[in-house]
Design a protein around this ligand. Structure first.
Ligand SMILES: C[S@@+](CC[C@H](N)C(=O)[O-])C[C@H]1O[C@@H](n2cnc3c(N)ncnc32)[C@H](O)[C@@H]1O
Length: 325
């Protein structure tokens, strides 16, 4: 009886975590409709612009997307795109299509998420030519591997897997020609926080042990032990979404430490208030003119409770430790 109950509970919790990808996509869709940044593909994952979002939310997403893109693009330039990218917990993220448009595609772009999320994304890709065409254009033979929870082509691969099962993940990625010898960028955006610190540590350690030249970009909550952080946790708990990994989100140091303890050579972390202040200021001035912001203090608090942490190891001496804002 007890076992059955706990299965049901964890199933509900996983389902709540899976729905967070819609929240992210809906917010990005709204912000792009206001002109914060351009994304030609979000419309195929969320048709309607949806309810208005507060300006501080839009600015927060702007800082998140620009900050992560800046580091990702710097890695692609350092490796001259002779690399692979693995987006862990990718949800409905559109980075593959942006990189294709900007002629910055890595050798192969992998995405991983729960099988049900992947099945949905594959459905969108199959039914929307602007999503499928770039994948087909980059594929050299007539046949693509297409399964309910996996799609594999020369340059794009999406796999259904649970990131808490590292050996299963490793097996699936290798089945789809993951190359441990290639410089590799791993990306997790609001994902590790949904796993226990032990589970995220195994994932981070697996990445450090598998790739000799790599960078890991992690965007998520920080400074979670203060009152504002606790309210964020409570709000998510109300939606059955528990932040199992909140312990690793106590400070910038705890974010860095988790990488330094698991085999990474360097790790840096900045809160998003700092990232916002070091993004190209001309563009920041442009987006600040888009909407009037009344709640300046709320924006500051919000940005102080998210961070980007990036870690590197660099056997090929590509200068990855110099990648920074
Ligand atoms: C907040 S969403 C972020 C999605 C995407 N990274 C973005 O920024 O738009 C978190 C994503 O992580 C995925 N996720 C969380 N835990 C996971 C796990 N254990 N295995 C696979 N995917 C997971 C969820 O399904 C969801 O798509």
């Amino acid at each position: 009886m007890a076992a059955r109950r706990s299965f049901t509970d964890s199933d509900t919790a996983d389902e709540a975590v899976r729905t967070t990808c819609d929240d992210a996509t809906i917010c990005k869709r709204f912000a792009t409709s206001k002109g914060y940044w351009k994304d030609s593909c979000l419309q195929y994952f969320v048709r309607n612009v949806g309810e208005r979002k507060a300006p501080e939310i839009n600015r927060g997403y702007y800082a998140r997307v620009q900050g992560v893109n800046l580091l990702l693009d710097a890695f692609l330039k350092k490796t001259q795109c002779l690399c692979q990218v693995i987006n862990l917990g990718a949800g409905l993220d559109t980075t593959f299509w942006r990189l294709k448009e900007e002629n910055l595609l890595p050798r192969k772009f992998f995405e991983v998420d729960f099988p049900t999320v992947v099945a949905r994304k594959i459905h969108y890709i199959k039914t929307k030519p602007p999503l499928s065409k770039p994948i087909i254009d980059e594929h050299s033979s007539d046949t693509l591997l297409l399964e309910p929870h996996a799609l594999d082509s020369d340059r794009y691969c999406i796999i259904g897997a649970d990131l808490r099962d590292v050996s299963g993940l490793d097996e699936k990625l290798k089945k789809f020609q993951l190359d441990p010898e290639l410089p590799t960028l791993l990306l997790s955006e609001c994902v590790l926080v949904y796993m226990t610190p032990a589970q995220s540590s195994s994932l981070i350690r697996w990445a450090a042990e598998t790739f000799h030249t790599a960078m890991f970009i992690n965007y998520e909550q920080v400074n979670m032990s203060d009152r504002f952080g606790q309210v964020m946790v409570e709000n998510l708990q109300r939606r059955q979404c528990s932040l199992a990994g909140v312990e690793a989100c106590q400070s910038l140091d705890s974010q860095r430490e988790r990488f330094l303890k698991t085999g990474w050579e360097n790790a840096e972390a900045l809160d998003m208030m700092t990232v916002y202040s070091v993004l190209p200021q001309e563009d920041v001035a442009r987006i600040e003119r888009l909407e009037f912001l009344d709640e300046k203090e709320l924006l500051q608090q919000l940005l102080q409770h998210y961070c980007i942490c990036w870690a590197t190891k660099d056997k090929l001496s590509l200068g990855l430790s110099q990648v920074a804002f």
